[in-house]
Write a protein that binds this ligand. Structure first.
Ligand code: SF4
Length: 291
């Protein structure tokens, strides 16, 4: 039996990481021991369908797609018994102050379970100390247009590599490659109710996935006065949470769509989540919910 090489892919199932997987499947880059997908439990239906397609493709090349999870982000946010890992929700204070909740969800639901899986595969699950010198290579799908997001791993047992940067590929190159190989409809990967969606994406969700849209509208209403846990603990939010940046209920927003340019809209990968809008970050966040 071949010894494990500890080469993994962080598979977000969006455009860039799907491209990296396909490159490995086609032998254009070295293979992986596994492609690891962190499931928040709240991806849109087309993302799960695409993931099943990737699983079949990868299996043909002997690459297992491993799903890991730290729970269901939607259920957990509405569960009074569960800690609320804050999503980047838009906030409106009692005096009209506009802010944004700090984002903890990517770390909690994506990065942590991937690191746990890597440790497990190395043979040193938390809290065991990983011996120095034992290092897993983690391929991350960052293209040239997102080069600012490429970072070294923050743990000694992982070394991040960026195959798309080595190729000098931009997101458009990834889309062209996916199209050439029959995956032109690779969806954008992000939670159904992610506040980082732009209007065009909200409109696409409403048009293509009515169930997902209704789900997001219901979640938006349910989260309005803070997390279930904080309210149950008698710590109500001083203000309101919203999924949409206009800070009005999602089903009342007039969505301003622009021509669909998928090349401009990255999804939320574990290490490539979009950054919040500067003006929103600059504004104060509110209450214990967002501390
Ligand atoms: S897609 Fe949005 S809500 Fe989901 S983990 Fe990423 S930032 Fe959080």
């Amino acid at each position: 039996m071949t010894a494990p090489t500890h080469r993994y892919l962080s598979l977000g199932a969006g455009v860039q990481s799907s491209t990296v997987l396909l490159l490995a499947v086609r032998g254009e880059i070295p293979t992986f021991d596994a492609a690891i997908f962190a499931d928040t439990g709240w991806e849109p239906t087309p993302v799960y369908a695409h993931l099943r397609r990737l699983e079949r493709l990868a299996a043909r090349a002997g690459i297992p797609v491993v799903r890991v999870s730290a729970g269901n982000i939607r259920h957990d946010a509405l569960d009074p018994a569960h800690r609320f890992a804050s999503m980047p929700l838009f906030t409106l204070g009692p005096d009209g102050e506009r802010g944004m909740a700090r984002r903890q969800c990517t770390s909690e639901y994506k990065i942590k379970p991937i690191k746990a899986e890597v440790r497990r595969r190395l043979g040193y699950p938390h809290p065991a100390r990983v011996p120095s010198g034992l290092v897993a290579q983690m391929a991350i799908g960052i293209s040239l247009d997102e080069i600012g997001r490429a970072r070294d791993a923050d743990v000694a047992y992982m070394r991040n590599v960026f195959p798309l940067l080595d190729f000098g590929w931009r997101r458009e190159d990834c889309l062209a490659y996916l199209t050439e190989h029959g995956l032109a409809d690779t969806p954008r990967s992000a939670c159904v109710g992610c506040p980082y969606r732009i209007d065009t994406e909200w409109a696409r969700l409403r048009r293509d996935d009515p169930h997902g849209w209704a789900d997001a509208v219901a979640f938006d209403a349910a989260i309005r006065h803070g997390s279930a846990r904080a309210n149950a603990a008698g710590q109500p939010l001083r203000g309101q949470f919203f999924l949409h940046r206009q800070r009005i209920p999602l089903d009342q927003v007039t969505l301003r769509t622009t021509p669909e340019t998928r090349a401009d809209v990255p999804g939320c990968g574990p290490w490539t989540c979009p950054h919040p809008v500067e003006s929103d970050v600059a504004a104060a966040t509110m209450g214990r919910e967002v501390a």
